[in-house]
Structures are given as C-alpha cells and as structure tokens.
Design a binder for this molecule. Structure first.
Ligand SMILES: Nc1ncnc2c1ncn2[C@@H]1O[C@H](COP(=O)(O)OP(=O)(O)OP(=O)(O)O)[C@@H](O)[C@H]1O
Ligand SMILES: [Mg+2]
Length: 490
C-alpha cells in the first residue's frame, strides 16, 4: 500500500532513468513488470522536475494515485464517448488554457484504448496548431501492457471503431507509431523477493506454455476454500462478486457490534457518484480509503489504502490503516466536479458540483482493476469466472510472496490468458540501455515553451530531491496480522 512522504532509495536503473527523464523533451514510454518501481520512479520525477506536467489517467482511481485528473475530464470528453467529432470539437479557448503545460503524463497506459489515444493526438495537434505528433507536446506514458486493459467493450459499433483505429491497445494507434517514444524498461522487481513467485510471474507474462505441471501444482497448492478471514482481501474479476462478498461479511458481522449509517449530501454533482449515498460502518469492519487523504495539507494516504474501523462517531470514524502504528481520524470529505479556468495567468480549478460523504468503503473484497498498482499483504483470488488476459497475473503480482496468496479454485491454463499482440509488442520494443548509460553526459533540460503560450512564467529549477514515497511494507515486514484483529471469527 502506498503511503507518501517517506524515503526510498532509488536503485541504479531507477536513478539512471530519472536522470534521463530530467534531460529530455522526447516522448517517453516507461514500462516494466509489475512491481519494478515504475510508480516510484514517476513520483521521484514529479517531485523534482521543473516542468509543469498535466497528470492524467483513464480511470479515476489511477488518476487519484498520481494526484491527477481523468483523461475524459482534461480533454472534456463526454463519458466513454467514441465519437470523434464530439471529442475534438471542444471549446478551443478552454483547451488552450489547459495546454499551459510542458508535458502530459499518462499513468496506467494499458487502460487507455487506441481510439482515445488517437483522439488525444488529434486534439493536441489541433489546439497547438501543429502537425507534429501530439502537437509537439511532450508525452510521458507509463504502464505495463501485461496488466489489465480497459474492459473489453461489448458494443458492436465501439468494437468497429477500435478495429478501424488499429486495435484495443494504445500502441495499436498510428499516434503511438508516429510519437517516436524513447522506451525505458525497468527490470529489477522490488515487490517480490520470493524466487518461485517471480519465476511463475515471468512465465505468466511471456509464455504460459512454459508453465510446467510442477509450476501449476505449486500454484495450486495454494487453493483454499473461501473462509471468513478479514486479514486477506478477496480479489474478484467482477463487481457482482465484490458486492456479494462484502454483503455477506456485512450480514455476519454488522449485528455483533454497534453500527452507524451515514447519508451523503450532493450539490449539482454530475456523473457517477464516487461513493454510496448511504454507508454503514461498524467497529472492526475492514475498509478501504476511496479518496486520497491529506492531513495538514500533506498527502498521507492514497486511494486504496486498507485498514479497519476502530470507533464510529457521528462526524468521525477512527481507522487503523494496515501496518501503520498510529490511528487516523477520518472526516466526511468532498468530491468535486471542476473546470479549469485561467485567472491572472494561472490555471485555477472552479468547482461546479460537490458530493460529500466519508471516503471509506467496505473492503473484504475489491476488483482486480482496483488492486492494479497496489502492493497487498495477503490476498484470496476468487477465480470462478472467465478471466480476461493478464487478469490472473495482475492479481498474483500484488503480493510479495506465494505464501501471501490463496485461490478459490485450481488455476486452469484457460485462466492464464496472455495476448499475442502484447507479447509481439514487447518483443519488438527497443529500449534505452540503462545499464551502460553514462549519466555524466546528461544535463537537466529547461522546459520548452510551446509557441503561442503567453501566460507561462519561466519556471524555476527546484532543488533536486531524492525523497519519494515509501515502501511501507518493506519497513514493517515483521508486523504480524495476528495482533491486529481482536475479533474472533468462529
Ligand atoms: N528502489 C526501491 N527500493 C525498495 N523498494 C522499492 C524501490 N522501488 C520500488 N519499491 C517498492 O516496490 C513496490 C512496487 O513499486 P511500484 O508500485 O512503484 O511498482 P510498479 O512498477 O509501479 O508496480 P505496478 O506495475 O504493480 O503498478 C512498492 O512497495 C515500492 O515501494
Ligand atoms: Mg504502478
């Protein structure tokens, strides 16, 4: 689980990659297996770059994790819109305001489909009035195509559009082909130290046919019946299973302890509600934070942190986040619909609607989509349903060792689907040779102003910082879950 504001020492390849990033205005694609520290590198870069960077992601959760906004909201794309005209004919003035940035960063790029990636290129070329790829804007895209893609659309017209634009993945688009990305691949896996798990994860990415019966037997030695064990989070492929498991836990445990319900207030809030209108909490309930949490102006816990409720009050819920010694008091929080406006040469967010509710959800189960990007202490994978490509890999790669995972049913080869397209893409990917990169030849670059940009002040070069967020689990590896729950589950 990611907790910000602690220190982590970048390894050699991350340090070289960071220096490279700071020295270039080229388009960059940062990739690497799950747990190789892509997000860690990204945070280090964002902490130390003098560039103004628009931080975007396709889903709200992925956007929240980098403290950014969704691609839809930045480019004013109507929700899930696949209509080209609607997308690139947005208000020109507001687009120009948004382009007061030196670079656009997209995290979890595997979630962006090829049509939307193509539209980003088209919009940027239009509003920057340039025929260059992405209108000359530097694009930094980060992610691993061997993890989940956006859910495959069942809509025939949308499928047709994707086909016309080359395929499902962003790399299928002509925009990607023309962008001339410099590719950085991180190789050292930080999340797992368990060599057996690393071996299996590598095979699940590259070629499932190489998975021997011994490997499969090893995996399947982790099959366990579903047990009410709140120390392990259930990872499901569908929201239906998530709700069923959370509701079952609710029914069993809610009556045992005092519980309270909290109703949200909403003012002109547009779009999907970020949390339930009525939430019920009780003592000892497992919960997940579903919004970044700032304490005294500092980002302390990111969306997705797990923990349990200690006490419930009318206006406060006291939470113990996993592996954090201090308790945290949670208040109601506000989600906002915002618009970007320019005031006195600065980009300002204007609030157009609000939704107020506690930023917590029951979390005995979450979807694998929600778990993408996270490090989890113990998981139980509900693998009864059809699995999309790399779904199992994404779930399995959340934990540090094979001991930390169990499955509902024996894993079948059908559940370990890969994508030939993705494998081919990675086989052909030319990456920068980080091992032999001489960083003394690299000089930090000044941000490049785009031609028409009248508002931008010369940015000051900040002191390079070596400090980035912390692998809390590394420090607290020895914390035992046994001591963290004083409820009995018999
Ligand atoms: N240099 C490092 N030293 C020690 N731990 C590290 C280092 N870099 C990353 N980590 C830790 O390894 C884990 C995985 O890192 P991170 O989440 O950045 O990987 P990722 O490549 O973004 O993974 P994913 O593909 O799952 O999103 C985290 O717990 C992180 O704190
Ligand atoms: Mg990540």
């Amino acid at each position: 689980m990611t907790i910000k504001n602690n220190e982590i020492e970048l390894n050699d390849e991350q340090t070289k990659a960071l220096n490279y990033l700071r020295s270039t205005n080229d388009n960059i694609f940062i990739t690497g297996n799950a747990g190789t520290g892509k997000s860690t590198l990204l945070n280090a870069f964002l902490d130390s770059t003098p560039k103004k960077i628009a931080k975007l992601a396709f889903t709200g959760l992925a956007a929240d994790n980098i403290d950014g906004v969704t691609i839809d909201s930045f480019f004013a794309i109507p929700y899930n819109c696949m209509n080209e005209e609607l997308i690139i004919n947005i208000d020109e003035a507001s687009m120009k305001i948004k382009l007061e940035v030196h670079a656009i960063l997209i995290d979890e790029i595997s979630l962006v489909n090829c049509f939307h990636f193509q539209m980003i290129d088209k919009s940027l070329r239009k509003y920057l009035d340039s025929t260059k790829p992405f209108g000359g804007m530097q694009m930094i895209v980060v992610g691993d195509f061997c993890q989940l893609t956006l859910e495959a659309t069942k809509n025939f017209i949308e499928r047709k559009i994707l086909k016309e634009h080359g395929g499902v993945y962003a790399f299928n688009s002509t925009a990607w082909q023309k962008a001339n990305f410099q590719n950085i691949s991180l190789e050292t896996i930080h999340r797992q130290e368990d060599s057996e798990l690393k071996h299996i994860l590598n095979i699940l990415r590259d070629n499932v046919n190489k998975l021997t019966y011994k490997d499969l037997a090893l995996l399947n030695s982790n099959v366990r019946e579903f047990a009410f064990d709140p120390t392990a989070i259930c990872l499901c492929s569908s929201n239906k299973n998530v709700s069923a498991i959370n509701n079952t836990y609710n029914k069993i445990f809610q009556n045992d302890t005092a519980s309270k319900s909290y109703t949200a207030t909403s003012k002109n809030y547009k779009g999907k509600k970020p949390n339930d209108r009525v939430l019920t909490f009780w003592e000892n309930q497992r919960i997940m934070l579903n919004k970044n949490l700032y304490i005294d102006g500092e980002l302390k816990f990111v969306n997705g942190c797990l923990g349990r409720v200690l006490y419930i009050f009318k206006d406060e819920i006291v939470v113990q986040f996993d592996n954090v010694s201090k308790v945290t008091i949670i208040h109601r929080d506000k989600w906002e619909n915002t618009q970007l406006l320019l005031q006195d040469g600065h980009l300002m967010k204007t609030i157009t609607g609000t939704f107020t509710q506690f930023p917590l959800k029951t979390a005995y189960a979450i979807t694998i989509h929600k778990a993408q990007g996270q490090t989890l202490k113990r998981v139980h994978i509900i693998n009864d349903e059809f699995f999309a490509p790399y779904q199992f890999y994404t779930a399995l790669s959340r934990v540090r060792s094979l001991e930390d995972v169990s499955f509902q049913f024996p894993v079948t080869r059908e559940q370990l689907q890969t994508s030939l397209e993705v494998i081919k893409f990675y086989n052909n990917l030319q990456t920068i040779d980080l091992q032999n990169l001489d960083i003394s030849t690299l000089t930090p670059i000044k941000p490049v102003k785009l031609g028409y940009n009248p508002f931008l002040d010369e940015p000051k070069e900040p002191e390079p910082k070596k400090v980035i967020h912390d692998p809390l689990f590394d420090e607290l590896e020895d914390v035992s879950f046994d001591n963290m729950f004083n409820i009995s589950f018999n």
